[in-house]
Design a protein around this ligand. Structure first.
Ligand code: PLP
Length: 392
C-alpha cells in the first residue's frame, strides 16, 4: 500500500459515498434529471439574498480591492463585524481576537479540534450526527464517540452523563441538527452545561462544548437558544453556507466565549491551525460578509417545503419527527434495513441517504433543499415504495 493505512480506510469510505452519487448520476442520464427525485444533497438551492450581489458588485468595482493574503485569522474589521453581531445575538461582549474567519464551518471544526485535541482523545457527540464529523475527527487525530439521543432526537442527559469519561475533551453538538432537524432547548442546554461542568471537575480537566450551528437562521417554530448563555467554556462554529446560501464560497468562523478557560490560548491555537490548513479564509467573501451581518435567506421557502414533504410522507404512511429547523427530514425506514429501503426508493427514482451513515440505522435522510415541484412529483414513488415493503 503506497498511501497511509488510516487514509486507505477513509478513501474506501469516500468511494462508497462517491458510488452512491455515481449511481444517482447514472439514473439521471438514463431517465432525465427532472425525472429523478434527488433528496440526497444538503446543497442549498435557495438563491442568496439580493444584498449579496449588490455588495459583491461594490467590492469588485472598487479599484483598491486587494487580492493578497489576509491575516490568517481574518481581516481585523471583518472579525470586528462578526464579533459585534454575535455580541448582539448572544448578549455577550466579544473581542474580535476571539473570532477566527475560516473556510466554512468545516474549516472552523478542523481548526478547533486541532487546537483542543491530543491524539486519541475523545470527541463525544449525540447520534444521529453529521457524517463530516468522522472526517474532522480523523484530521485532528481524535476518536469520535457517540451518545444516543432520545426518541425525539433530543439530548438524553442521563446517557450523556454516563458516556463522558476521562478522555472526553470536547462535547460536540449541532443544532438545528443535520440530519434530524431537532433544536436543543434552553433546558436541555442548561442540563448539558451542568453535566459538562461536573465532569470537568471530576476528571480534573476542562471539557469544552463545541456548538456547530450553520443552520441557526433556518428555523420554523422554535428559537435556537444561545449556547454561550448556557456554558461559558463554549466555542461556536458557524458559516454562511446555509444562512446566505454561499456553500461553495467557503466562508465561516469560530468564536470562543470570552470566559472560556484559556480563551485567548484556544483562539490563538485555532488561528495557527487555520494557517496550517488554508492560510486564510477567502479574502473577497470575508469582505462581503462583513457588510451582510444580520442578512439571511428567506427561510419561509424551506418551511413551505418542509410542510409539503411532511404532509405527503405522512399520507403515504411514513413516521417521523417534524423538523424544527435546518432542511432535512429523518423518517423511520418502514423496514429495519435502511440500506435495503434506500434501494427500494431508488427503484422509484428517489435518491435518499441511509441512516446508518449518520450512526442511526433504521432511518433515512431526505434533504428538502430541492424545488417544490420535485417534492410534489415524488409522492407517488414514496407511496409505491411503502406498498412494496408493507403490502396492504
Ligand atoms: N456542520 C453541519 C452540521 C453541516 O451540515 C455542514 C454541511 O452540510 C457543515 C458543518 C459544513 O458546512 P460548511 O459548508 O460551512 O463547511
Amino acid at each position: 500500500m503506497t498511501i497511509a493505512d488510516n487514509m486507505a480506510v477513509m478513501v474506501e469510505k469516500a468511494s462508497m459515498i462517491r458510488k452512491m452519487f455515481e449511481e444517482g448520476a447514472k439514473l439521471k442520464a438514463i431517465h432525465g434529471a427532472e425525472n429523478v427525485f434527488d433528496f440526497s444533497l444538503g446543497n442549498p438551492d435557495v438563491p442568496p439574498p439580493p444584498e449579496f450581489k449588490k455588495v459583491l458588485r461594490e467590492l469588485v468595482n472598487d479599484d483598491t480591492l486587494s487580492h493578497g493574503y489576509t491575516p490568517s485569522p481574518g481581516y481585523p474589521h471583518v472579525r470586528q463585524a462578526v464579533a459585534e453581531h454575535l455580541g448582539k445575538e448572544h448578549g455577550i461582549e466579544f473581542a474580535p481576537e476571539l473570532v477566527i474567519m475560516t473556510v466554512g464551518a468545516a474549516g472552523a471544526l478542523n481548526d478547533i479540534l486541532k487546537a483542543l485535541i491530543n491524539p486519541g482523545e475523545q470527541v463525544l457527540t449525540p447520534s444521529p450526527y453529521f457524517v463530516g464529523y468522522n472526517q474532522y475527527c480523523f484530521v485532528a487525530g481524535a476518536s469520535l464517540e457517540t451518545t444516543a439521543c432520545d426518541a425525539k432526537f433530543h439530548l438524553d442527559l442521563g446517557k450523556i452523563e454516563g458516556d463522558i469519561n476521562e478522555s472526553t475533551r470536547v462535547f460536540l453538538i449541532n443544532s438545528p441538527n443535520n440530519p434530524t432537524g431537532a433544536i436543543y432547548s434552553t433546558e436541555e442546554l442548561a442540563g448539558l452545561s451542568d453535566i459538562l461542568e461536573k465532569a470537568s471537575q471530576k476528571f480534573g480537566r476542562r471539557i469544552y462544548l463545541v456548538s456547530d450551528e450553520p443552520y441557526r437562521k433556518i428555523t420554523y417554530d422554535a428559537e435556537v437558544p444561545s449556547v454561550f448563555q448556557a456554558y461559558p467554556h463554549t466555542i461556536l462554529v458557524s458559516s454562511y453556507s446555509k444562512e446566505l446560501s454561499l456553500a461553495g464560497e467557503r466562508i465561516g468562523y469560530l468564536a470562543v466565549h470570552p470566559e472560556a478557560e484559556a480563551a485567548e490560548l484556544v483562539a490563538g491555537a485555532a488561528a495557527v491551525a487555520n494557517t496550517m490548513y488554508c492560510v486564510n479564509a477567502p479574502s473577497l467573501i470575508q469582505l462581503a460578509i462583513a457588510k451582510l451581518q444580520g442578512v439571511s435567506v428567506d427561510a419561509s421557502i424551506y418551511r413551505r417545503r418542509r410542510d409539503k414533504l411532511c404532509a405527503g410522507l405522512s399520507e403515504a404512511g411514513y413516521e417521523f419527527n417534524v423538523p424544527e429547523g435546518a432542511f432535512y427530514l429523518f423518517p423511520k425506514s418502514p423496514i429495519p434495513d435502511d440500506v435495503e429501503f434506500i434501494n427500494r426508493l431508488k427503484e422509484e427514482l428517489i435518491l435518499a441517504v441511509p441512516g446508518v451513515g449518520f450512526g442511526a440505522p433504521g432511518y433515512f435522510r431526505l434533504s428538502y433543499a430541492v424545488p417544490d415541484d420535485t417534492i410534489t412529483r415524488s409522492f407517488a414513488g414514496f407511496q409505491r415504495a411503502m406498498e412494496k415493503v408493507k403490502p396492504g
